[in-house]
Design a protein around this ligand. Sequence first.
Ligand code: SAM
Ligand code: SF4
Length: 359
Amino acid sequence: MVSDILKKNILNKEDLVILLQVNAEEKTLLFEHAAEIKKKTVGNIVYFRGLIEFSNICAKNCFYCGIRHENRNFNRYNIDDEHIVNSARFAYENKFASLVLQSGELSSQKFTRRVTRLLEKIHKETNNELRLTLSCGEQSEETYKEWFNAGAHRYLLRIESSNPELYIKLHPNDKNHRFEKRLECLNILQNAGYQTGTGVMIGLPFQTMEDLANDLLFMKNYKIDMVGMGPYIEHSDTPLWNYRHTLLPLAERFQLSLKMIALLRILMPEINIASATALQAIDKLGREKALKVGANVIMPNITPGQYRNDYHLYQNKPCTDDSAEDCKTCLEARVALAGNTIGYSSWGDSKFFLNRNNI
Ligand code: SAM
Ligand code: SF4
């Protein structure tokens, strides 16, 4: 019985596999349980992280991603510092308190220095009052430390799948796409003092319920501070497009994503869980539904409008035509609909991270 499983103190892999497949009233029970835990631990407060997708130039070739190096069917961009700083100021003035700077992965010294300079400029322009998150892929220990010292205190690097055999199917089998390297990077980030975030895509080709259950346990065992995970959505200019016939229907991928979020909230009550933008690509109210079952972070896209269409990771990416202001207004209404309030002017650090470090 699902209600009995939910009463257990520790959920094991078998429990998680069962819970990932519940439907109807049992699914409602799961979602209500996760919502209750969220309310009791992190509260019904949602933190905004202004998302700036500052460059879509990428040296890698992940099989799922629309901006992979070998895709030549769109414009590459690299937003100049001034425009990025303007977006950062928008976030600051609108009391977002946190920013996420995301890009394709490059490992040149020029890129490293550029990000360092950018962090310094943003901090200067916003009075050192913003919490900055980076999501720029795998880097050397030296680079991660340089960026930490320049004021990036959170880092998001999704493991994509915690199953090394599945990971290989999603990436070229070469030295630039190694599962072990990704694990090593997560370790380095944690040791360097970052609030460390990871996540997976849900509903990937070849992925099983056991894989997803193991992903959840991976995040727990790795003592991850924050998670951003959402549905995998196919893109016609990627190698995985060939496997689109094997995928779960989008509506099922969506429900599975909600169950993953709910289960993660139950397993790790004090972490921050982002309501991924990809949820909204499937269901217009997707991100709000995720807030109701455990997510507590939303990332309004504040990338300058003219670049949005070219950060095209998957089909139907939402809000590509909205201005930053539109995005903020629509999100405010949606958060209220989900019975949550926005933690304006609050960093919303991961409670789990603060407790782990006795802060
Ligand atoms: N390049 C950095 C990296 O890979 O960590 C950061 C940017 S990358 C575009 C951010 C995330 O987008 C990836 O971790 C991946 O999970 C997600 N993503 C890429 N393609 C996707 C797709 N087709 N569907 C859903 N999510 C996707
Ligand atoms: Fe590049 Fe990240 Fe896309 Fe991989 S997921 S191709 S590293 S942008």
